[in-house]
Design a protein around this ligand. Structure first.
Ligand SMILES: CC(C)(COP(=O)(O)OP(=O)(O)OC[C@H]1O[C@@H](n2cnc3c(N)ncnc32)[C@H](O)[C@@H]1OP(=O)(O)O)[C@@H](O)C(=O)NCCC(=O)NCCS
Length: 178
């Protein structure tokens, strides 16, 4: 089971709850132009119709059933919400998929790489394989699995039907003891 929160060098990764609804809604609205090319849920029409309280209720239910974890990425020093990372049970029984996004103003500081490193490490304690999928044109997203030692396994499909480039990181096998 994944934990309610994790600490990294600069970040706190904590499950998003009802208390975070306004922060989430504000951050998504601020970043529509940044996110919508890559995340269909960030399309302006979708955002305008999204009830974020209801969305967090849906996330709570998925957390209860163990299918999805939605972590906020917070700066530990200020507690500011700067992004999110999802862990999803939708790539088979022996794997978890992670997804991510960050506020445009916080990009290129290595934050998502730092968060994904921690979540990958924690997922690999639970399942033998972690998957990251991104669109071929998303060169910034591609750098995350690349930097974390994932292996590119070729073309795939995102859960919502978009074409993807798929990366896998497998649990390192322990050397046999004699
Ligand atoms: C992809 C994304 C999550 C990366 O987050 P991040 O915190 O900037 O990640 P990192 O700082 O570890 O940077 C990853 C790479 O992207 C590059 N990058 C990030 N922002 C950049 C920018 N504005 N311009 C140029 N390169 C940028 C970084 O330089 C880094 O590459 P490098 O290691 O070769 O230097 C972020 O750009 C984002 O939220 N994009 C929109 C949503 C999205 O695409 N989500 C992923 C869907 S699969």
């Amino acid at each position: 089971m994944l934990a309610e929160s994790y600490e990294t060098e600069r970040l706190t990764l904590a499950i998003l709850r009802q208390r975070n609804v306004n922060q989430i809604a504000d951050l998504v609205k601020k970043n529509i132009a940044h996110l919508s090319p890559w995340m269909p849920w960030a399309h302006p029409d979708v955002v305008a119709e999204t009830d974020y309280e209801e969305l967090v209720r849906i996330w709570d239910a998925k957390l209860e059933s163990g299918t999805d974890h939605h972590y906020g990425i917070f700066l530990s020093a200020s507690s500011e919400l700067i992004g999110a990372m999802g862990v999803h049970q939708r790539v088979g029984p022996n794997a978890l998929e992670i997804g991510y996004w960050i506020d445009q103003d916080s990009e290129a500081n290595g934050y998502v790489t730092e968060a994904a490193a921690k979540i990958t490490e924690e997922c690999l304690k639970l399942v033998p394989k972690v998957v990251i999928k991104h669109e071929a044109e998303n060169v910034k997203s591609r750098r995350i699995p690349e930097k974390l030692g994932y292996v590119e396994v070729g073309a795939g499909t995102c859960h919502d039907g978009r074409d993807s480039v798929d990366w896998v990181k497998e649990r390192a096998e322990r050397a046999p003891t004699s």
